[in-house]
Design a binder for this molecule. Structure first.
Ligand SMILES: Nc1ncnc2c1ncn2[C@@H]1O[C@H](COP(=O)(O)OP(=O)(O)O)[C@@H](O)[C@H]1O
Ligand SMILES: [Mg+2]
Length: 283
């Protein structure tokens, strides 16, 4: 367990990783969804998680966000153990303790999950005001600022169902950022979108990445991963098979598994006309 010792010795050091996952295990009954995942995410890093359907990508990010309880290993956020209290023995944290930790991360889901009966503005200001205690006026001006950054200044008073899927997802991204999370998690944020709406969301994420946000992104968008991610992780059957700088990941895969996955994905992407950035299509 030398890796666990390493993780513990890094607790509360300022220069340690933002997120550290050590030997993470997750079972669903007899099914091993995560089979000992090790992963480190440093400040400002964008890490893309790729892999076939069922390989454990969603389970991993859901464990990071404490939407799933874990069966082994440990997750540290800024050196703090998530989900457990570290006394003489390890005890599960209280619900309040878990909620406090969860406030420091945000997740963007495939299905947006906006509140349909609230305006766009309220969707973005609700958590800062109700959960983080930010003054309403301050939350509003921050939210309007974020909506401008995702290109939706004119939609603050609209309701989610009056927006396209791409616009809804950009609102969801603004909402996720509004709480100033230490880490932004994305689980296939463009998979529910019509192809012509994908690029506007990827562009928004690219802008976020460029401003130094720490991001963990589960995605099938190969061009995005190659262009925007610092590191790419390839998962299969609950294991990390490769974890390398993005450029090397795509240029020189180390395993046959990743090689054939990349070949299949590139083919699928070009079949669907994806993989081109919007700028290159504009006059
Ligand atoms: N709530 C659940 N109950 C039972 N099995 C689950 C549950 N969630 C995921 N699984 C299983 O865990 C494995 C990993 O799933 P998932 O993390 O969703 O994969 P991915 O996101 O890579 O497609 C799959 O075999 C899936 O069927
Ligand atoms: Mg998934």
């Amino acid at each position: 367990m030398s890796s666990l010792k390493t993780a513990q010795s890094q607790q509360r050091t300022q220069t340690g990783p933002v997120l550290e996952v050590v030997g993470l295990h997750k079972q669903f009954g007899d099914l091993t969804a995560l089979d000992g995942i090790d992963l480190t995410v440093n400040e400002g890093e964008v890490v893309a998680i790729l892999g076939p359907s069922g390989s454990g990508k969603s389970t991993l990010v859901r464990c990071l966000d404490q939407l799933e309880t874990i069966n082994g290993g440990a997750i540290y956020l800024d050196g703090e153990l998530l989900g457990f209290e570290q006394g003489k023995t390890l005890r599960p944290l209280t619900d309040a303790g878990v909620r406090a930790q969860r406030r420091r991360m945000s997740m963007v889901f495939q299905q947006f999950n906006l509140f349909p009966h609230w305006t766009v503005l309220r969707n973005v200001t609700e958590a800062p005001v109700a959960v983080h205690g930010v003054a309403p006026a301050q939350a509003k001006s921050h939210a309007l600022d974020l909506l401008a950054k995702v290109g939706l200044s004119d939609k603050a008073k609209s309701y989610p169902l009056q927006l396209s899927g791409g616009q809804q997802q950009r609102v969801a991204i603004a909402r996720a950022v509004a709480v100033e999370p230490r880490v932004l998690l994305f689980d296939e944020p463009t998979s529910a979108l019509d192809p012509e709406l994908i690029d506007e969301v990827l562009q928004t994420m690219k802008t976020l990445a460029a401003t130094g946000r720490t991001m963990v992104v589960v995605t099938h968008e190969m061009e995005f991963a190659r262009e925007v991610a610092d590191r790419c992780i390839f998962m299969a059957e609950g294991n990390v098979i490769e974890d390398r700088p993005a450029e090397a990941f795509f240029r020189d895969p180390q395993t046959d598994r990743l090689r054939s996955f990349l070949a299949r994905s590139m083919r699928a992407n070009s079949d669907h006309g994806a993989g081109q950035t919007k700028e290159t299509q504009q006059p």
